[in-house]
Write a protein that binds this ligand. Sequence first.
Ligand SMILES: *Cc1c(COP(=O)(O)O)cnc(C)c1O
Length: 362
Amino acid sequence: MLYYRLRMIPVAEPVLGEKELMYVTDCIRSGWISSIGKYVNEFEEKFSKYCGSKYGVAVANGTVALHLALVALGVGKGDEVIIPDLTFVATANAVSYTGAKPVFIDIDKETWCIDVNQIKGKISKRTKAIIPVHLYGHPCDMDPIMEIAEGHGLRVIEDAAEAHGAEYKGKKVGSIGHVGCFSFYGNKIITTGEGGMCVTDDKELGERIQFLKDHGMSKKKRYWHDEVAFNYRMTNIQAAIGLAQLEKIDKFIELKRKNAFLYNELLMGTPAIVLPVEKEWAKNVYWMYSILVENRDEVMEKLKENAVDSRPFFYPMHVLPPYKLDGSFPVSEHISEKGLNLPSSVKLKEDEIKKVVECIAN
Ligand SMILES: *Cc1c(COP(=O)(O)O)cnc(C)c1O
């Protein structure tokens, strides 16, 4: 069994090297292994700069990045937050933690991101924010989202957990809305093991997020707390890994795109398959190389028999027990049922991609 598993072509895997070891060793030697230390500050500075944002707040994971952003923007009980119906459950859960209600919107059939044409119809008096999710590495159509938000006094939190470095009209995702939230989980474009970050251009908002992540302690009086806040801190060790990863992010994205183009080339013309898009206004980072395929589950079985790992798309939020409702989400349902993530590791070899494609073609 172990042998079999070792031979599997994985969907994703972290790529860690000497640089990560060096920074982590330095961190441990320094003794600063909790959440105070130079690596946290440097990672916040450099990652936010990479995104084109002024401020970065490193946190424990991507889910709490979303939670903090919502709390910092004043979202709470009785409010509504618009999110796409097809996303990882963390987007919906973060909204629920605040006491607000996630309101689901069907997705666009090409980008698989929130359908911007359906947002207005779901805005109510209670709506406070929109969380577009840049799914599997392709950015959402942000201009209409920002326009709608402006017209209705809503805040926009980008869930960029799957799209580090992806671009919308030349701007990196995460830097377009009021706050951008990232995850550095082990399978994400860069990783810190577990980890996340909020980025923003708004100084006051950045400070509020920084304050809330650390128990909301008064800056003037130690152990004085005016409100209930959180311990959502990232450790210096995690940040040391993150910093080393950040130095390689452009290379990782280049490799992801190269792999995606090879898949596209080899899969083109295969019947009953839909390839991922890259809209003319987008730079897709192909966090996951994803296709739509008939008999998805059968294809997954066949891949597994050939030692190729794959993942089905997420379930639509509206079918999950905590969020169950009878709405009409035909596109989300269809894409969730046909969607398949293929091996997308930056370590993939050309002949491995060829093998995956051969399995699918057969
Ligand atoms: C991974 C992910 C998250 C959550 O990140 P964690 O670090 O695992 O908490 C949130 N949203 C999306 C879309 C994700 O893919």
